[in-house]
Design a protein around this ligand. Structure first.
Ligand code: IMP
Ligand code: MG
Length: 169
């Protein structure tokens, strides 16, 4: 059963605000948006159109929950970026920050490449679930400890195409 938590209009409004903030913070510079496949694809494509800067995209893939709702507890790199990140303003774009395992893994990986700046954007933040102390620089919405789908987020690869973010009960 699906129950709407965040509407497409609320998402659009918040994404526009984050885009404005990034545009302002990196005024006059270029940014590389790095999306974490596959969940962040929709957020990245909407966010990118709200960023009025010289921008490029790249994508990374890490091990996911697969068909389960539980994290396996470790993160594995499945696909790396092809862009050299040294001296670049990198904005890592995630769908949801849950335990923090994925984001802390990716931050370490990217810091090692010596970017000029490294910022993280997450559409959703399930803050009460954190086991690794990591926060994102740009957060769309703080959400309760419920399993959510839609706008890129899946359950066993389904529901990514829902325009709203819904609680899957
Ligand atoms: P973390 O490593 O525990 O922070 O988990 C981050 C990843 O877990 C996200 O990129 C999602 O793929 C997945 N995830 C965590 N919570 C949810 C949820 O409520 N719905 C869908 N995917 C989720
Ligand atoms: Mg994901």
């Amino acid at each position: 059963m699906l129950k709407t938590l965040i509407t497409r209009q609320q998402i659009a409004d918040r994404v526009a605000e984050i885009g404005k903030q990034i545009t302002h913070e990196f005024a006059g510079e270029s940014v590389v948006l790095v999306g974490v496949l596959k969940g962040a694809c929709l957020f990245l494509s909407d966010l990118a159109r709200q960023i009025e800067l010289d921008a490029t995209f790249d994508f990374i893939a890490v091990s996911s929950y697969g068909a389960a709702k539980q994290s396996a507890g470790e993160v594995q790199l499945i696909k790396d970026v092809t862009t050299p990140l040294q001296n670049q303003n990198v904005i890592l774009v995630e769908d949801i920050l849950d335990t923090g395992l994925t984001l802390s893994f990716l931050k370490k990986l990217f810091v090692a490449r010596q970017p000029r700046a490294l910022k993280t954007a997450t559409l959703l933040d399930k803050f009460s679930r954190r086991t690794v102390p990591v926060e994102a620089d740009y957060v769309g919405f703080r959400v309760p400890d419920e399993f959510v789908v839609g706008y890129g987020l899946d359950y066993a690869e389904r529901y990514r195409n829902l325009p709203d973010i819904c609680i899957l009960a």
